[in-house]
Design a protein around this ligand. Structure first.
Ligand code: NAP
Length: 341
């Protein structure tokens, strides 16, 4: 049987475990050119909160009664497709289910399968070498355009994207990288393990004041994962010609009413700054370039990565909620099976 978590109600405000329902269905036989994949890991992204909202976005919403969309790593256990053999590890968007049948064609957000090259750990393919690593790479390099000596601030800094983004800035010669994260444990991790120069605990400190202290000459790049008050605090502290990289705004993803826009946006005028959003899918044709750079930085020890791995398919919605509770350090994953072959 194929255990699946389906979307059963559209969340109102904070997403709840009860917005998803568990069902089991027989695993169908595979057809010509198809392969059967046993999923091993689910990856969790805050953007999934947007995918279950019936609102216009960059991707169609998940429908009620549909398996929840999610990126996955699995292993091929049966194949009628000459490009895949049993034992191959694959990534895809197979969703919250144990088994998945595809012909392997890996559409953009489609539900295909891409082979994981030999020697790369499946977890890494979902974190620093996966969507969030690539997001940090293109957001920081293409939008932030770091230069030697820049002062860089990253919000959501202890998460999957933020933890990589700050390290990339450092690799590219930033003179100071400051992270903003929730709680002393995350802040300690940023400075003691990841090479951040300073960290601000937004849950217990005055962010605007600390940014003024840490960045007396202003912020050259603000890489924002959070939005809301933290974005406003950073805008007040931008340096001349600074760049604000809008990666995400998790602080409002579960809000019933969107907060008013940033109060301090006139600082963009006064300081001649740019503020630009981006979506990773526009950069996927350059994925190889990012994976090559990120891999070589990992191998040389310049880039550290972390995965928070929970276990058991029964814990799927609970693990999703960890993102909004700030429980994850690094990439949030759920392991649902050992490699079967
Ligand atoms: N533009 C793109 O193409 C793209 C692609 C991927 C991700 N993103 C965006 O990047 C951001 C990070 O995503 P991720 O996958 O790397 O997730 P993540 O940072 O690993 O996990 C989410 C983190 O957000 C923080 N958070 C939760 N609620 C918050 C709130 N109300 N205020 C402030 N912080 C809050 C929590 O950390 P704390 O403990 O620090 O609060 C939590 O650990 C998200 O905004 C996501 O939508 C954008």
């Amino acid at each position: 049987m194929n255990g699946q978590w389906q979307l059963i109600s559209r969340p109102v405000g904070m997403v709840k475990e009860s917005d998803f329902g568990y069902v089991e269905e027989p695993v169908p036989d595979i057809g010509d050119n198809e392969l059967l994949i046993r999923n091993l890991y689910f990856a969790f992204e805050p953007a999934m909160r947007g995918w279950i909202t019936d609102a216009k976005s960059y991707i169609a919403p998940v429908q009620l009664g549909e398996v929840m969309r999610a990126s996955t790593v699995g292993q091929v256990i049966e194949s009628n497709n000459p490009d895949f053999k049993p034992g191959d590890f694959v990534t895809g968007m197979a969703g919250w289910q144990e088994y998945f049948i595809t012909d392997g064609s890996a559409g953009l957000m489609g539900r295909g399968a891409s082979k994981i090259p030999d020697g790369i750990a499946p977890e890494l393919m979902m974190s620093a070498l996966g969507g969030t690593g690539l997001t940090a790479y293109f957001g920081m390099l293409d939008i932030g355009k770091p230069k030697t000596g820049d002062v860089v601030v990253v919000s959501g800094a202890a998460g999957a994207t933020g933890s990589v983004a700050g390290q990339i800035a450092k690799i590219k010669g930033a003179s100071k990288v400051v992270g903003i994260a929730g709680g002393s444990e995350k802040c300690r991790w940023l400075t003691s393990e990841l090479g951040y120069d300073a960290a601000i605990d937004y849950k217990s400190e005055n962010v605007a004041k600390r940014l003024r202290q840490e960045c007396p000459d202003g912020i050259n790049i603000f890489f924002d994962n959070v939005g809301g008050q933290i974005l406003d605090d950073a805008l007040l502290n931008m340096a001349m010609n600074g760049r604000v990289v809008l990666c995400g705004g998790i602080s409002s993803y579960n809000e019933l009413e969107l907060p008013p826009g940033p109060k301090n946006y006139m600082q963009l005028v006064i300081q001649r700054c740019t503020m630009e959003g981006f979506i990773l899918i526009d950069y996927l044709d350059r994925a190889e370039e990012a994976v090559n750079d990120l891999s070589s930085w990992i191998q040389s020890g310049q880039l550290k990565h972390a995965e928070d791995i929970q276990e058991g398919i029964e814990n799927t919605p609970k693990t999703f909620l960890r993102l909004f509770e700030g429980k994850n350090i690094g990439k949030q994953l759920l392991k649902i099976a050992e490699p079967p072959l």
